[in-house]
Ligand binder design. Structure first.
Ligand code: 3YP
Ligand code: ZN
Length: 372
């Protein structure tokens, strides 16, 4: 098996400033902390672990390239694209659109490289240059809607990659499985009326954006029933995430019959994440990866591209990522150094009644998903 892997040093240069979430401001008591939540070290450390652990030697390096203006405009408005270009040229950079998503001078080039990285990995998988692959891109993309960035996302990397697969590579049916702990509202919006793209988002219920991502959002127009949200209560853990994968997401993929599966892979469902409360361990991510690989093998010759989204634990993102990528490549992963610490923690390993109830609310919707 050949597994593609993509990283570029410029992803580690995305300057998110010295505030923790909003800019440091003495007037409101926001001290500079040196690290914004989305500081790129979370991802840079993951790349370093992939390299130092020797995993990199077992992967096929796919080069990143910037997405072109026209490729970004398949998803985004000219106004949004050109505003990012303009702010990127300012001496201190700008913001993706909501005031909590800063980027430094040259941030456009990095964001375009993130969209292009996702595109390059999907391209390599579809052309058969690799069997599957992981694009460790930064900044993330799944909150970005056509007219603006938000939630640390500038351009919707996965959406740009999916549009490329449709329009350049002729891929007919594409499923996006988003297991970032936040709702993939941007990806949902881009493909809302597209019957050829199934968007599935599993996330902590009403975390961010706080009022969306409910089971009632199911797509519209010709795309009715090709959007599926699987909101999970806080503290869902490995058992609850894997249960929903088996009972809802894999059946949804079987119903839709995609030619390609793209995973929007956040590691912010992790036990140690400072922005969420979902308690998934590295072993949980490995199991989720296995399940999606099995579904892709059954449905579309294993064609699976994983694209990095969020993940904010400086302690755990690298470990979860290295274990996920090893699983994708079918090689022995590194041991999770936190395994013993998490072994008996309540909430991670056993399914709870209230988690089952929320899963069933999504499960009944799978029957409506249209197939070929
Ligand atoms: C954006 C502002 C507060 C929460 C944050 C979420 C970013 C993210 O990881 N999205 O997937
Ligand atoms: Zn997230």
């Amino acid at each position: 098996m050949t597994t593609g892997y993509l990283w570029h040093p410029l992803y580690g240069w995305n300057d998110t400033g010295s505030g923790s979430l909003t800019p440091a401001d003495p007037a409101v008591g926001l001290q500079p902390v040196g690290h914004h939540f989305a500081h790129p070290d979370n991802k840079r450390r993951m790349h370093e672990l992939v390299e130092v652990s020797g995993l990199l030697d077992q992967l096929h390096r796919v080069p990143a390239r910037p997405a072109k203006r026209a490729e970004i405009l398949r998803v985004h408005t000219e106004e949004h694209h050109d505003r990012i270009v303009a702010e990127s040229a300012l001496p201190k950079g700008g913001d993706a659109g909501d005031g909590v998503s800063p980027f430094g001078k040259g941030g456009y080039e990095i964001a375009a490289l993130a969209a292009g990285g996702a595109l390059a990995m999907v391209d390599a998988v579809v052309r058969g240059e690799v069997d599957n692959g992981f694009a460790l891109v930064n900044p993330c993309g799944h909150h970005a809607v056509p007219e603006t960035g938000m939630g640390f996302c500038v351009f919707n990397n996965v959406a740009v990659a999916v549009r490329h697969a449709q329009e350049v590579l002729g891929v007919e049916r594409i499923a996006v499985v988003d297991w970032d702990v936040h709702h993939g509202n941007g990806t949902q919006a881009v493909f809302w009326e597209d019957p050829r793209v199934l968007t599935v988002s599993m996330h902590q219920d009403r975390l961010y954006p706080p009022r969306g991502g409910t089971v009632g959002e199911r797509g519209g127009g010709a795309g009715l029933y090709t959007n599926l949200n699987v909101p999970r209560p806080p503290g869902t853990g490995d058992a609850g995430y894997v249960d929903a994968m088996d009972a809802v997401i894999v059946p949804a993929l079987r119903a839709f019959q995609p030619d390609l599966v793209v995973v929007a892979c956040g590691f912010d469902p992790s036990y140690f994440d400072p922005l969420a409360h979902t308690m998934v361990s590295a072993a949980g991510f490995a199991t989720l990866t296995e399940r999606v690989m099995e579904a892709a093998a059954e449905l579309c010759d294993g064609r699976l591209a994983m694209v990095q989204e969020g993940g904010y634990s400086i302690h755990y993102v690298a470990i979860c990522g290295a274990i996920t990528i090893a699983t994708l490549a079918g090689v022995e992963p590194i041991a999770d150094p936190y395994l013993a610490l998490l072994a008996d923690v309540y909430g991670i390993h056993a399914l709870e009644e209230h988690q089952l109830a929320s899963r069933k609310a999504a499960e009944v919707l799978v029957a409506d998903i249209p197939g070929r």
